[in-house]
Design a protein around this ligand. Sequence first.
Ligand SMILES: [Zn+2]
Ligand SMILES: [Zn+2]
Length: 142
Amino acid sequence: MPDPITGGCLCGAVRFSFAEPPLATRICWCRDCQHLSSGNGSVNAIFATGTFAVTGDVADFRSRAASGNAMRRSFCPRCGTPLFARSDDRPDAMVVRAGALDDPEIARPHSVIWTGSAPSWACLDPELPSSPGQPAATPPRS
Ligand SMILES: [Zn+2]
Ligand SMILES: [Zn+2]
C-alpha cells in the first residue's frame, strides 16, 4: 500500500487525503482558474473520489464552468485557500488544487487545457499536449 497523498489549506484548518495517486494532472487556463490562481493557470490534480477523506469545514461556491458543467468549488472559509472542485456530472472524480498538496511534486502537469483563454504573456510549455478549450476526453482512467 503506497503512502497516502495528503494536503491541506494554508491555515491548517482543513486537511485531506487520498489513498491512490491522481488519475490526471494538468494546467488549466480557463478564466475561472485564473481567478483562483492570481492570474496564472491553475495546476489541477484529478483524483478518484473513492478514497477521499477530509477533516475541517470547507465552504462551497457553486457556479457553471466554462465547460458548461455545474461545479462546486470548495475553499477554506478561514484562510481562503482553494482546495477542490467537483462537477455534478462526474461524482466519481474531483479536482484538487495542486497548491494545497503537501508534496506538489506529484502534480507535475501532463497537459495544458483552455489555452484559448490564456493571456499573451502566459508561459505555456511547448512540450506538453494542449487544448484550446475543454478536452473532449474525460481524464484517463488507470
Ligand atoms: Zn485554512
Ligand atoms: Zn480551469
